[in-house]
Design a protein around this ligand. Structure first.
Ligand code: SF4
Ligand code: SF4
Length: 397
């Protein structure tokens, strides 16, 4: 691996992540978004599967799984997340690249500041736009851009994010990683005997020529020769710098700084890794099982208090009820509501057409025949157009 390799690999990975971040809201599976937390539709799309608000246990499982995977990656790969995957590092790198690029062409403080501000404004705009796209359909986002009054809440949220992102890039930068981000402290408690680390190889200290290149290139201002420091984001810039110094000196043994698993070198599975890996497998199994057993539609029935109960001349009674039916399938479907015990349902309870991932309220009457025993429950069934019973609710008419 030459000097350029680590930096370029990191930049390539960051470019792929950035493209994914921006493209994900536009990707779809069978007409449904691949991933979106659709606030207006009260739905989260996960791998194209629409999850309604009443299915939040699946969301909870997904969040727990992501959390455990995040811990697992931390235990195995240490603080590699910070330098290679974290959006804060990505924007810091962009701003520093813009500053260097500008200074190398026109060494004027005003021009450098103008370039940095221009880049920060562009990145902040892109981030606030992406935020909206992750939480609502692209057509609605473009509507908000054209007419902010159509959704002032979403527009305000995007504007606030824009200012936060802009101020973070201009005023905070690496200080966020150094002083505010809790992840570094938290990561120190999650290291295992084989966690990947970046370290100065003590046994090779005699080869160090004290050129200071590792310190000069470090974006966090760390002298890695003094040992592990919690602010290190594992970006690998010091590895590149030291390797280049050693190559220039024709030292065949290479640089003095390297990534290594654990102090002894070599990877061995530790207890924390094992526990977290088992937790991740169990959560994944539960998630797959829950996703495989989810109903394609749901129904909530409740008394309609806005209409009156009426007694008919034959002493039968009609009682107003409502049903809220949610079609969770990615395509439109027909439903009907059926009752047992010879009870009739009056109203639009058959041929209920509901578009994909949408809900509909149906107001109907339960016609209780004369002599129907008091406090006796009946079963209301939600049935598909093909006759499959999806859900049964017990109600006392
Ligand atoms: S010490 Fe090395 S890996 Fe850590 S932040 Fe500095 S340059 Fe990056
Ligand atoms: S770059 Fe390498 S040789 Fe130079 S000071 Fe750092 S560790 Fe020593």
């Amino acid at each position: 691996m030459n000097q350029i390799s680590i930096r370029h690999r990191r930049q390539m990975l960051q470019a792929v992540l950035l493209v994914l971040f921006l493209a994900l809201p536009f990707l779809s599976v069978h007409g449904s978004p691949l991933f979106r937390i659709d606030v207006p539709a009260h739905t989260m799309f996960l791998a194209g599967v629409p999850l309604r608000v009443d299915e939040l246990f699946i969301l909870l499982l997904s969040v727990l799984l992501l959390l455990v995977l995040f811990f697992l990656i931390t235990v195995v790969l240490g603080r590699v997340w910070c330098g290679w995957f974290c959006p804060q590092s990505l924007v810091n790198d962009l701003i520093e690249s813009a500053r260097r690029w500008s200074a190398s062409r026109i060494p004027s403080n005003i021009v450098v500041q103008a370039t940095v501000n221009l880049v920060a404004i562009s990145v902040a705009l892109l981030m606030s736009l992406a935020l909206l796209l992750w939480f609502m359909p692209p057509a609605e986002v473009f509507q908000i851009i054209l007419s902010p009054r159509s959704n002032p809440v979403a527009w305000s949220a995007a504007a606030i994010l824009f200012f936060i992102a802009y101020l973070d890039m201009i005023l905070v930068g690496r200080d966020f990683c150094r002083s505010y981000c809790p992840y570094g402290r938290f990561q120190a408690a999650l290291t295992d005997q084989s966690t990947l680390n970046l370290a100065f190889v003590e046994q090779e200290r005699h080869r160090c020529v004290r050129c200071g290149q590792c310190l000069q290139t470090c974006p966090m201002g760390i002298d890695i020769r003094k040992g592990f420091q919690i602010e290190c984001i594992n970006c690998g810039s010091c590895i590149d710098a030291c390797r280049q110094v050693m190559e220039a000196r024709n030292d065949p043994q290479g640089g003095l700084i390297s990534y290594r698993f654990g102090d002894a070198g070599g990877y061995r599975i530790g207890r924390r890794t094992l526990v977290l890996a088992c937790g991740a497998v169990l959560l994944l199994a539960a998630l797959v099982w829950q996703a495989g057993n989810r109903r394609s539609a749901s129904m909530v029935v409740l008394r309609n208090s806005l209409a009156d109960v009426r007694e008919l001349p034959d002493r039968s009674v009609v009682v107003p009820w409502s049903a809220i039916i949610e079609n969770r399938a990615p395509q439109a479907a027909d439903f009907r509501i059926e009752a047992d015990r010879g009870v009739q349902l009056l109203g639009p309870v058959s041929h209920i057409r509901i578009p994909a991932n949408a809900g509909r309220r149906i107001d109907f009457f339960i016609h209780r025949p004369a002599g129907f025993p008091d406090n006796t429950s009946i079963r209301l069934s939600l049935v598909t157009g093909l006759g499959t019973v999806l859900q049964v609710e017990q109600v006392v008419p």
